[in-house]
Ligand binder design. Structure first.
Ligand code: UDP
Length: 480
């Protein structure tokens, strides 16, 4: 078949968490729009959320049905993560992670084997989340190009990538708490130990998350290509440093085309509609509050934030997931809160964040600093109030507040107090600080928009990635 242009076929396996599934869905659509066939794999559990809670019943259980109707070749498969569908993964996080570490790869192996044996066009590459420990094993076994998909900032990948340097220098896995600045990671001029990801700050480094990190960031070094949901102009140094080791393409922000409702459902929970309430609010007056899909907040902090919101007098939309404290803790708000709020704000269990954040009434975002939320907020030029809770969120906070100056810290002194919450909300929403933040956020918005323009850096990188894939595949098939 020498000389023939073979259609590319990617099997995509996102990490089974909301914040990873969302950019993976958007990437699948982007790839399919470039002519790829994509087989998108969700776990049975993620799929169950979709079909039972958020997907319209006419979709027939296939989240890509709408995308296919508009001509995109995206197939859909599901696989077990090793646990029963009804198992509470939020409550039993450790067990969930153990299963992803030890059991999941066998199921993926079997599924990929089946798809490889019978698919047309033949499968050419595996695009798996960087947090998995098995992509190189499966890609090698089936002769696929191994593409690692990184959904967090390049800085975070760069730090995990150089875990050995952090260990050697006593900034990881060391019982002494080091306070000196870290200045030896290639592409990271300096970073404080308190700005490292929570897992790297931990004293006990034998947890399941650490066992995953140790293996995943070793495995990524065997990937043929890394795709990263970031923007070259924002993270030039980390991207260049990583690129010295492996081909790495910054292709972010990976959003649905035009930042409108995606062709494909992405929410694992039903979305409450906030538009009507927002329509009646003055421009830029509403604070959007959300801590993402996954992190938990202590009840004490929820109570202080609730009082802080009331004290601030600012209108708000607050996403309070039913498991925000824990899935076995129901009443988390202060007694009588709802009555005190009256029409000042609305609380919802989940919403379409893109819809809410792009509404003209929204003027600020109190966030846990999840990377998707940061990209979405900068895209809408909405400044951030940062309340990082775990994992990369501490490092993301540094980028937002210290480097890019598009946000403020919620609590500079550690503990969350209602007075400080109210104070920071008012700095974020009104006055000189607010104006400065808004100016910087506008600049970020332009950087993101430029990156996605026809000849922008992310679009160019994406085209280069596709070109490189075509080249690799044709080289391989010319050897057949
Ligand atoms: N999100 C949403 N509705 C909500 C809260 C969040 O659609 O009520 C989306 C949000 O737009 C983002 C993702 O969920 O794309 C959360 O990802 P992020 O990286 O911000 O945080 P994570 O959930 O991974 O901690």
């Amino acid at each position: 078949m020498a000389g023939d242009q073979q259609k590319l076929h990617a099997i995509m396996v996102p990490y089974p968490l909301q914040g990873h599934v969302i950019p993976a869905v958007h990437l699948a659509v982007k790839l399919a729009a470039k002519g790829f066939a994509v087989t998108f794999v969700n776990t049975h559990s993620v799929h169950h959320y979709y079909i039972s809670k958020s997907l319209p019943s006419n979709a027939g259980g296939d989240i890509f049905a709408g995308a296919r109707e508009s001509g995109l070749d995206i197939r859909y498969a599901t696989v077990s993560d090793g646990l029963p569908v009804g198992f509470d993964r939020s409550l039993n996080h450790g067990q969930f992670m153990e299963s992803l570490l030890h059991v999941f790869s066998a199921h993926v192996d079997e599924l990929v084997g089946g798809i490889v044996r019978k698919s047309e066009p033949p499968v050419t590459c595996l695009i798996a989340d960087t947090f998995y420990v098995w992509p190189s094993m499966i890609a090698e076994k089936y002769g696929l190009v191994n593409v690692s998909f990184w959904t967090e900032p390049a800085l975070v990948l760069n730090l995990y990538y150089h875990l050995h340097l952090l260990r050697e220098n006593g900034h990881f896995g060391c019982s002494d708490k080091r306070e000196d600045t870290i200045d030896y990671i290639p592409g990271v001029p300096s970073i404080k130990p308190t700005d490292l990801m929570s897992y790297l700050q931990a004293v006990d480094v034998s947890t399941v998350e650490h066992r995953i990190i140790n293996r995943a960031f070793d495995d990524v070094k065997r990937a043929d290509i890394i795709l990263c949901n970031t923007v070259r102009e924002l993270e030039l140094e980390s991207i260049s440093a990583l690129h010295q080791n492996q081909p790495m393409y910054a292709i972010g922000p990976i959003f649905p085309n035009g930042f409108t409702k995606s062709l494909v459902a992405t929410s694992l929970w039903p979305e409450s509609n906030c538009a009507h309430w927002l329509d009646a609010r003055p421009n830029g007056s509403v604070l959007y509050v959300s801590f993402g899909s996954y992190a938990h907040v202590t009840k004490t902090d929820i109570v202080e934030i609730a009082h802080g919101l009331l004290l601030s007098g600012v209108g708000f939309v607050w996403v309070l997931r039913p498991d925000i404290v824990s899935s076995d803790e129901a009443d988390v708000l202060p007694v009588g809160f709802q009555e005190h709020v009256k029409d000042q704000g609305m609380m919802v269990p989940w919403c379409n964040q893109i819809d809410v954040i792009s509404h003209q009434a929204v003027g600020g975002f109190l966030t846990h600093c999840g990377w998707n939320s940061i990209l979405e907020s900068m895209w809408c030029a909405v400044p951030l109030l940062c309340f990082p809770l775990l994992t990369d969120q501490f490092t993301n906070r540094k980028l937002v507040v210290d480097d890019w100056k598009v946000g403020l810290n919620l609590c500079d002194q550690g503990a969350v107090t209602r007075e400080e919450v109210a104070d920071k909300i008012s700095c974020l929403m009104n006055g000189t600080t607010s104006e400065e933040l808004r100016r910087e956020t506008e600049k970020m918005k332009s950087i993101l928009e430029d990156a996605l323009a026809v000849d922008g850096s992310s679009q160019t990188n994406f085209n280069q990635f596709v070109k490189k894939m075509n080249k690799k595949i044709n080289l391989l098939s010319n050897h057949v």
